[in-house]
Design a protein around this ligand. Structure first.
Ligand code: AMP
Ligand code: ZN
Length: 666
């Protein structure tokens, strides 16, 4: 069997599935099958490092850490766009064009203006070579490793593409993915992101590319530059790019007159709200490249293109009252209750007020007529007050001082925007929220129990913390609303079954503030059991890879609380997994502690997996790629040339398997 061909075929196949799923939105295999094939490719690549390829689909999972992004000069400058806000502006623009070109017929390409971060990607011989941020338009940052993790960005092109070109587009975060990311942040008690655009643009400069890989980013393309492109118009360029495998939204349209441009604008001004991502206008481009060349550029933008900005959807309505919501972590969110009003296709009754500072800054008062705007978020926000309509008797808003649910006095920590209810163990929404988090899918994943039932159990005094779940009986829950024998049994069985959930997920489930899934995994792996975490000092915690002071402090505080300690003790008695289950290994040492190894090639005495396990069993870490952090490369037969070069370049010592064996035996 020809290994190189098998690898190449798998890569092609996976590239095609990525394309079907992320560009065409029509997957043809299940996620499971895809993962299996990816795993197979990964294994083959590990066994045959000589066939390493920077653009293999396995590279999309990321993992490279970039401390400083290199500055790169754009081959072709990235210009801005002139803005227009009215049809008159557009007519003036057409007149200016006609002054240069004469009274020739004009065709325009109309596209949506995607609201994200712009990117320029260079392809050479059909392969992604480099991706650079816009920067100041002349030079930007090389963010190639991060961009490669975005699944709709092709690593390899199809069809008849030019030898070398730059393609420009916008990195965006669709609403759905944005909401999901925020949901996860809220679950661990973190502050959610404010809007999709900033989150997308912040993603480009994350140091850990595997974090970028986890974000549901997309890349929408709109412009090609280069020599000998064999393309004569913008519209033709969009079609060509689509054929090469890029994601080019189908909403783009050719307009044969400025009136047709207006039709396009009118249509999308209202219909844009049903798009899955945020847009803030329309971009109109003179279609013919020949005409574009004649028009040229001003100091900052092309004369042949114009952005038309939609007016942000805004309405005014009356603020009836302010209510205060209490979250799982006790954090208070003020919510505006509005006179219902139509905005961007939906009826709005509530709006976010963020926090006390925001209310004070805008001097928002009950009874005021307020301006409400819908941006990238699902919940609209109040952006100001119509002072001309203010009632003379109105009084400044006094922010709540006591918890609306349990009447405890609220506190506000220096430097934090939100007030908190400190009554962790007596405040109903906090208790219910914590239990709901505990049973959620990524935590204990308790079958037969949902969020509403948790509230029901709490309100009927059957549970007051998550440990109580393990003592529930069928007889106790049967009398509850909408409970039948079967569902009661399912609930109890589901709870009992959760005792099999591994330690790292239990650690996530118990809801220590700032301890999300990834951090829980790190802590579990490092400390192995809950007692070790409980006994760790602040300093000790901070020394764990990727655990910062904020997280460490939060862990300390959690265990300082005797209530928590008691609950954990009960979980332990019920048989919930509070330690890592590891097979006993008589050969384990900590001889390699603090050392990071990268394994490359084929070995005689070990399989690659056994070698990696031997490294970890002896306290070392296995890295996936060679970096300045690598201490040793263990090289076998057929070490990949790219790795060899990298190791030499970074002066990382290369050792044989015998050298390695000598390190772990005495
Ligand atoms: P502005 O940032 O408001 O000056 O607008 C210019 C930016 O709009 C460009 O740098 C692009 O990142 C972005 N943009 C979004 N959609 C398009 C599009 N369809 N064509 C050109 N530029 C676009
Ligand atoms: Zn409270």
């Amino acid at each position: 069997m020809d290994i190189s061909k098998t690898i190449q075929d798998l890569r092609d196949e996976l590239n095609q599935h990525n394309y079907n799923y992320y560009v065409l939105d029509t997957p043809t295999i299940s996620d499971f099958e895809f993962d299996q094939k990816l795993k197979q490719l990964q294994e083959l690549e590990n066994q045959h490092p000589e066939f390493y390829d920077d653009n293999s689909p396995t590279q999309r999972v990321g993992g490279t850490i970039t401390k400083n992004f290199n500055t790169v000069v754009h081959d072709y400058r990235m210009y801005s766009l002139d803005n227009s806000y009215s049809k008159e502006d557009l007519i003036d623009w057409e007149t200016r064009i006609q002054k240069v070109l004469g009274n020739v017929p004009l065709q325009y390409t109309c596209e949506l203006k995607y609201d994200g971060a712009s990117i320029s990607i260079t392809y050479e011989n059909g392969k992604l070579k480099r991706a650079v941020t816009r920067g100041d338009g002349f030079q930007g940052d090389d963010v190639t490793t991060n961009i490669k993790t975005i699944k709709s960005v092709p690593l390899k092109l199809k069809g008849d593409y030019p030898e070398r070109f730059d393609i420009r587009g916008e990195i965006i975060l669709p609403y759905e993915g944005f909401e999901k990311m925020n949901q996860e942040l809220i679950e661990i008690g973190e502050t959610p992101y404010s809007n999709p655009r900033n989150t997308a643009s912040g993603s480009l400069k994350l140091q850990d590319s595997s974090e970028v890989a986890k974000r549901p980013l997309e890349c929408l393309l709109y412009f090609i530059v280069g020599n000998n492109l064999n393309i004569d118009s913008q519209y033709h360029g969009l079609e060509a790019a689509r054929n090469w495998g890029f994601k080019v939204p189908k909403e783009a349209k050719l307009a044969n007159s400025i009136e047709e441009v207006f039709d396009y604008i009118n249509y999308w001004d209202t219909h844009r709200h049903s798009l899955p991502y945020e847009t803030d206008g329309v971009v109109i481009k003179v279609n013919s490249f020949h005409q574009q060349d004649e028009l040229g550029y001003t100091a900052k933008s092309p004369r042949w293109a114009m952005a038309y900005k939609f007016k942000a959807e805004q309405v005014s309505t009356v603020l009836n009252s302010i209510s205060y919501q209490v979250g799982r972590t006790g954090s208070i969110t003020p919510v505006a209750n509005l006179q219902p009003v139509q905005l961007a296709g939906t009826i709005v009754k509530r709006a976010s007020l963020h926090n006390a500072d925001q209310i004070e800054k805008l001097d928002i008062r009950i009874g005021d007529t307020v301006f409400v705007e819908k941006g990238g978020e699902i919940i609209p926000k109040i952006i100001g007050v119509d002072l001309t309509k203010r009632n003379k008797e109105s009084q400044p808003t006094i922010y709540v001082t006591h918890c609306p649910e349990c009447d405890s006095e609220l506190i506000r920590t220096e430097g934090e925007a939100n007030h908190y209810c400190p009554n962790f163990y007596g405040c109903p929404p906090q208790i219910i929220g914590r239990i709901q988090h505990f049973i959620s899918r990524k935590a204990m994943d308790i079958e037969g129990l949902g969020g509403e039932t948790v509230a029901l159990l709490f309100n009927n005094n059957l549970v007051k913390d998550y440990a109580d779940l393990y003592e529930l009986t069928v007889e106790q829950i049967l009398p509850l609303e909408r409970m039948a024998q079967k569902s009661a049994e399912n609930l109890v069985n589901g709870v009992q079954k959760s005792k099999e959930i591994p330690f790292e997920r239990v650690l996530y489930a118990i809801g220590i503030r700032y301890v999300g899934e990834t951090v829980a995994k790190k802590l579990a792996k490092h400390y192995k059991n809950i007692d070790a975490i409980q006994n760790a000092s602040l300093m000790d915690l901070i020394l764990v890879d990727e655990i910062g002071e904020k997280i460490a402090q939060s862990v300390i505080e959690f265990f300082e609380n005797q209530e928590n300690v008691k609950i954990i003790e009960r979980l332990k008695q019920f048989g919930v997994q509070l330690e890592l289950v590891e097979k006993f290994n008589p050969n384990a040492t900590d001889k390699l502690s603090g050392k990071t190894f990268v394994v490359s090639g084929v070995f005689e005495k070990f399989s690659r997996d056994d070698l990696k396990k031997a490294i970890e069993d002896n306290g070392g870490k296995v890295g996936s790629s060679i970096s300045a952090k690598t201490d040793f490369v263990v090289a076998g037969e057929n070490m990949g040339p790219a790795k060899l070069e990298k190791a030499n370049q970074l002066k990382v010592p290369i050792i044989s398997e015998n050298d390695f064996l000598a390190m772990i035996t005495d």
